[in-house]
Design a protein around this ligand. Structure first.
Ligand code: ATP
Ligand code: MG
Length: 275
């Protein structure tokens, strides 16, 4: 399937997701145009991961339509479409075969498969090696996946997602478990990827606004399973919007191009804690 740039990369129409008695996503209509790198913000339980699981085809909505690259889920070959959607999420980390070599896990990204169901060609393995080396993770080849640290597993997942050259790359809290240096390097890599000509459209789910770099073109906030507000970084990353999104008093600062947020700790007026 070619990249159909005349279509939005992602088109969600009236998505509702119910798990009785709760409505987890409530009539979400949302589009992502090619190249519109987006951050998705929202408090715990607001529905971010559920939305990501639905748009990557791992969960089916109760109601509504999901269209990726012009292909509507339900009337297309899902594995074919899924090859064009990369996913990095701690939620799928336990689903990779525990004893597999990271090289094979990355190569399986060519098929968008979580398991390893075939032998890979020499050129696929060479691509997998190059993808790992690009993330400074070549030294992990030959290890058992389950013995890798969380940050090392994260790098394997990112290499696996990129090897398929996806049109859309969804990253669900990708910095979780990374040490400060690894996190800074990872964010630099992401910014560089976003600026490259062949970049996938990036969708970054995060709670930490310092991760929302200038390469992010739009910020969307979810609250109680609904799109609460969306806009540019400058429009969204401010005291009033984030205070409403997270339901707290907060102070947003911008130093250079980096935003940070301090939250008023409960019950202690005028005392702010770093978030
Ligand atoms: N299959 C399910 N069955 C029942 N409840 C579910 C299911 N999936 C998600 N939920 C609930 O839906 C809500 C939204 O979950 P989700 O994981 O999407 O939130 P989130 O915005 O990603 O939160 P976090 O910031 O903590 O990762 C949560 O309250 C969660 O417990
Ligand atoms: Mg989540």
């Amino acid at each position: 399937m070619s990249r159909l740039t005349s279509h939005p990369i992602l088109d969600l129409e009236n998505i509702t997701f119910i798990r009785e008695p709760r409505t987890i996503l409530d009539n979400v209509t949302w589009q992502i145009q090619p190249g519109m790198h987006t951050a998705l913000l929202g408090g715990n339980g607001s529905g971010k991961t559920t939305l990501i699981r639905i748009l990557t085809g791992y969960e089916w909505p109760t109601d509504g339509e999901v269209t990726v690259l012009g292909k509507r889920f339900g009337s297309c070959c899902l594995p074919d479409v899924r090859r064009h959607i990369g996913l990095v999420s701690s939620a799928i980390a336990p689903r990779f075969p525990a004893q597999a070599d990271p090289l094979d896990i990355v190569a399986a990204g060519v098929d968008a498969a979580l398991g390893i169901f075939r032998d890979f060609t020499r050129s696929e393995l060479a691509r997998a090696r190059a993808a790992l080396e690009a993330l400074n993770a070549g030294h992990l080849i030959g290890r058992e996946y389950s013995t890798l640290s969380q940050g090392e597993q994260q790098r394997v997942q990112i290499a696996r997602a990129l090897i398929a050259r996806p049109a859309l790359l969804a990253l669900d809290e990708p910095c979780g478990g990374l040490d400060p240096a690894a996190r800074a390097h990872f964010l630099d890599d992401l910014a560089q990827l976003a600026r490259s000509e062949s970049a996938p459209t990036l969708l970054l789910v995060t709670h930490h606004i310092d991760e929302i770099g200038p390469w992010i073109k739009r910020v969307t906030a979810l609250k109680n399973g609904q799109i609460f507000q969306e806009g540019s970084r400058d429009e969204m990353l401010c005291d009033s919007v984030l205070g409403k999104v997270f339901g707290c008093k907060c102070r947003v600062q911008k130093e250079g191009s980096v935003y940070s947020m301090r939250v008023n700790s409960a019950g202690i007026s005028n005392s702010f804690v770093e978030y």
